[in-house]
Design a protein around this ligand. Structure first.
Ligand code: ATP
Ligand code: MG
Length: 229
């Protein structure tokens, strides 16, 4: 286990399909003291459960738009509490939230009032052509958010989650039309957050065509910033 000297409070930013979920799984394996919240996974679970926010989210996600800020903010705030993210000694990461300036401001205010501000933001920089290709091959295990790729990272048994053996699903928004919308939404609403976090001096970027190329860089960054090696 890595020798972490101070809490890690990490935000992963990156285009849809840039591998935030895959990098999250790998981080959780190498850094067992970190816990994660993925807004997309949370929403997909809400849809599966048929909750009011799930019902609201379903059509919006299919279109590739963003869920209204009020809804996603209250869902995430609940989760921040439930997972103890507002304890200043916890180490954690966020994937998929915040995704626009309003969400970023709400988050920063909540975190700073608990002495738990983000201390690292990492951009996953993956070429757009590569991403488009990957989406078609992507399958997910909805309850856990585990992501598989038929080319790079296939499940051990076709169509089944490695850990639970439960069936994998295709995300309804992983089709070329919705995907284009999601990329546009990302460019217009989320990309400006890079500049925002850069001003705080906590933005780093890792670049590569595959998650296998990106992960060692990300791990190195975490070790360099938070541990004595
Ligand atoms: P990937 O999972 O490939 O990284 P992504 O980032 O587009 O792609 P998710 O994070 O799983 O996908 O989000 C899926 C959808 O859920 C989004 O397109 C959006 O509709 C909704 N969503 C997720 N997070 C938020 C958020 N913070 N604010 C508003 N909507 C959100
Ligand atoms: Mg994701």
């Amino acid at each position: 286990m890595s020798n972490i000297l101070r809490p890690i409070r990490l935000l992963l930013l990156g285009a849809p399909g840039s591998g935030k979920g895959t990098q999250t799984s790998r981080i959780l394996k190498d850094f067992p003291q970190i816990s994660a919240i993925s807004s997309g996974d949370l929403l997909r679970q809400q849809i599966k459960l048929g909750t009011p926010i799930g019902k609201e989210a379903e059509a919006i996600i299919k279109k590739g738009d963003l869920i209204p800020d009020d809804s996603i903010v209250s869902l995430i705030k609940e989760e921040l509490n439930a997972k103890n993210f507002l304890n200043a000694s916890s180490s954690w990461l966020l994937d998929g939230f915040p995704r626009n300036a309003t969400q970023a401001h709400v988050l920063d205010k909540t975190l700073s009032s608990h002495d738990s501000s983000l201390n690292l933001v990492v951009e996953l920089d993956v070429p757009e052509e590569v991403i488009l290709d990957r989406i078609e091959n992507r399958w997910v295990h909805i309850p856990s958010g585990r992501v598989y790729n038929l080319t790079f990272n296939p499940p051990k048994v076709p169509g089944k989650d490695d850990i639970t053996g439960e069936p994998l699903s295709k995300r309804p928004d992983d089709n070329p039309v919705t995907f284009k919308e999601r990329i546009d939404t990302y460019k217009h609403q989320t990309l400006p957050l890079l500049e925002y976090y850069n001003k705080f001096g906590i933005l780093r970027s890792v670049k590569g065509e595959t998650s296998d190329i990106i992960y060692p860089q990300l791990k190195e960054l975490l070790l360099k910033e938070f541990s004595k090696q």
